[in-house]
Design a protein around this ligand. Structure first.
Ligand SMILES: C[S@@+](CC[C@H](N)C(=O)[O-])C[C@H]1O[C@@H](n2cnc3c(N)ncnc32)[C@H](O)[C@@H]1O
Length: 211
C-alpha cells in the first residue's frame, strides 16, 4: 500500500499492519524529516505525478489531502493508476472544503447562500475526481466519511477565519455580503461553542482487471 503525499506520516503510520508494507512518498523534504523519524526507512522523496515505482507494483494507493492542492488532479490520478496492479484500489480524500458544512448546524445554514453563490472550482471536487478517474480506468468502489476530530468551529472562530480573508467563498464575495453573514454569526447563541466536527469524504476507486 503506497501513501502518496504522505507529509509527516501521520496517516502512513496508521495504515501500517503486520504483513503490510506501506511506503510513503512526498515531494517536500521538510515533511519527510518527521515522517522518516516516525517510520525509518519507509519514506522516499518523490513527485506524485512521477512515482518512483514500477507499473502494477502496489495493491493500493492512498492519497489524503493532496488533490485539493493541485490545479488539476489528472496527472496524479493517472500515476496512481499506473502503479496499481489490475484490481487494485485507490483511496482518496475529496471535497475537503465541503466537510465543515456537512453536519447540519446553525453555522452551515447561516453561511449556505454565500457558499452556494461563490463556490470555488476546487480540483478535489468529488464529481470532477470521479470523472477524471473514469477516463483512466478507475471505477467507483465505495465511499465513506470520517470526522475531523476536534475541528468543529464556533461562530466566533468562523468570524476570525473570515477576517483572515482566506476562505475561498468569502474572498470573491462582495464585502457587504460577508459583513452581513458575520452579523448573522454574531447573533447566533453560544458564540464559543464549537459546532459538530466536519465530516470528510473518502472515495475508493478500483482499477480495471483481475488481481
Ligand atoms: C496537506 S499535506 C497532507 C499530508 C498527509 N497526506 C496527511 O494527510 O497528513 C499535503 C502534502 O502533499 C505534498 N505534496 C504536494 N504536492 C506534491 C506532489 N506533486 N507530489 C508529492 N507530494 C506532494 C506536500 O509536501 C504535503 O506534504
Amino acid at each position: 500500500m503506497l501513501d502518496v503525499a504522505c507529509g509527516t506520516g501521520i496517516v502512513t503510520r496508521r495504515l501500517r499492519r503486520a504483513g503490510r508494507t506501506v511506503p510513503g512518498v512526498d515531494r517536500w523534504e521538510g515533511m519527510l524529516g518527521p515522517a522518516a523519524r516516525r517510520m525509518p526507512g519507509a519514506v522516499v522523496l518523490g513527485d506524485a505525478a512521477r512515482l518512483p515505482l514500477p507499473r502494477g507494483s502496489v495493491d493500493a494507493v492512498v492519497i489524503v489531502w493532496l488533490l485539493r492542492l493541485l490545479p488539476e488532479p489528472t496527472a496524479v490520478l493517472a500515476e496512481a493508476a499506473r502503479v496499481l496492479e489490475p484490481g487494485g484500489v485507490l483511496v482518496t480524500a475529496v471535497d475537503k472544503d465541503k466537510g465543515y458544512f456537512v453536519p447540519d448546524s446553525d453555522i452551515a445554514r447561516v453561511t449556505a447562500a454565500l457558499r452556494e453563490r461563490h463556490r470555488p472550482r476546487v480540483p478535489d471536487g468529488r464529481a470532477r475526481v470521479l470523472a477524471r478517474a473514469a477516463g483512466l480506468g478507475l471505477r467507483p468502489a465505495g465511499e465513506t466519511v470520517f470526522a475531523g476530530a476536534g475541528q468543529g468551529r464556533s461562530p466566533r472562530r468562523w468570524r476570525e477565519v473570515f477576517a483572515w480573508g482566506r476562505t475561498p467563498w468569502c474572498a470573491h464575495a462582495e464585502p457587504a455580503r460577508v459583513a452581513e453573514v458575520c452579523e448573522r454569526l454574531t447573533a447566533l447563541p453560544e458564540q464559543d461553542r464549537p459546532r459538530p466536527d466536519p465530516l470528510y469524504r473518502l472515495v475508493t476507486l478500483r482499477k480495471k482487471g483481475a488481481p
